[in-house]
Every structure is written in C-alpha cells, then in structure tokens.
Design a protein. Sequence first.
Length: 260
Amino acid sequence: MTSTQRQIIIWLSAVLLVTLGVSLGCWQLRRADQKRSAYVALTAHQQQVAWGNHDWPCDGAAMSTLSLHRPVVLRGHWLVDHTVFLDNRPMDGISGFIVVTPLLLSDMAPPCAGRVVLVERGWVPRDLNDRTRIPAIPTSPDEVIIGGRVSAGISRVYQLGQEAEPDQQAVHLIRQNADGVFWAKWLGQSPLVGSVLQLKADTPAPLVDVLRRHWPEPGQGEDKHLAYAAQWFALSALFAGLTLWFQIILPRRQRAHVQS
C-alpha cells in the first residue's frame, strides 16, 4: 500500500466516523424533541374534561379519533377470565408483569353495546422461584369505575418469532406481546381502538389493591437524549481533531523541525 493510498483510507475513515457521530447526535436531538413534544401534549390533554363510556370511539373508529393522554373515567365489568400478563416488563428496577384485563363497558347502546376496552391495570412482580407462576389479582365481580388516561395501545416489547395462538381453555395467559389478532381470538371480538392506562384503584375499593402504577410519564428521558447527543458530538469533534493533528499539524511541525 502506497503512502497516498494510506492517506486516502485514513481521511475516508475520519470523514465516516465524524459523519456517523454527527448523525447519531442529531438523531438523539430529534428523540429529545419528540419526548418534549409528548410531554407538552400530555400536559395539555390532562387539562381536558375526562371521557366517559359514551365518549369512547367505537363502531370501527380509527386511531386518529383518540385524544391521547386524555383523562378517562369508565364504568364496566372486568372480564377477569381474559386477563393477560405481559412478560418482561420491569418497574422500579424489578422484573414483573403488566396486568391487562378487558373492561366490558356498561350501558352502551348499539352498535357499541357489548364492546370492551383493554386496560393496563397495573404491574406485579415476578415470582423469583417460578417464572410461570401468576400472582393473584383480587378483582371485584361487580361494576367498577376506573380512572386513567387514553393510550394508543397496550405495552409492546421486541420479540423474536411469533407466539402461539391463545388456548381458549386457559385462564390468565402469560405473553410477550398481545396484538389485535390475538385479542380478536382471545375475546371473540376486536376490542375498541386504543386502550386505557389505569392510574387509580377501582371504585368501589378493590378487595386488595396489589398493583403498582408507577407508569413513566410521556416525555421523560429528554435529558438522557440530550446527554447522548452531547457525547456523540464530542466524539465527532475528537475524531476530527485527532485526524487534523496527526495528518496535518504534526507532520508540518516535524518537517519544520527537520528543515531548521
């Protein structure tokens, strides 16, 4: 390899590394801006009047009809036998499950009669000795009133491959994710668009409220993305500075020293 070829490779590598660092820094800034926008939207929607049963979009309503993060107060009955435990959902640094139970809305007129909304009721820790053991969630069979906020859908995490179809004889499934196809088979109907993130215990008071609801607020993590952006920009500046020093400044100083 000639000296010229080596120089070309060095400069191309430097340009690539600097460009990559700047690109990642800009991406982190965009993520921070998204978090900031989400927090602004959350704050604005929290001031709106809470949705009730008859306000929830139904009859094939699209996701665009949802007022995300808006407060909701819904009445209905838990379909407790169709509860799903979403696995690998840590909270407060502890491994556990998010408990999702469909809520059959009360006093709904056709075409919304008999429809259900998915509710992320809260979080429970995993049994450290038996990964498949499901904790007991005391649930009232009577009509309940729940308070929460509108969400675009229930929690999802990355998974490899497809999960098996639900066993209709099972009660309280453990799953990695639960999409619309799963719920249609599991419930015998498609749930209404969106979901609810429950923020308060049921009313009347549940038998024992064992669920944690330390949900992360939309918009949290902006500072983290800004810190990452600063790191990437600093690395880009370091790559550029080192390249200039070793490829231009230092050789010139060495030549000047030799000539003197």
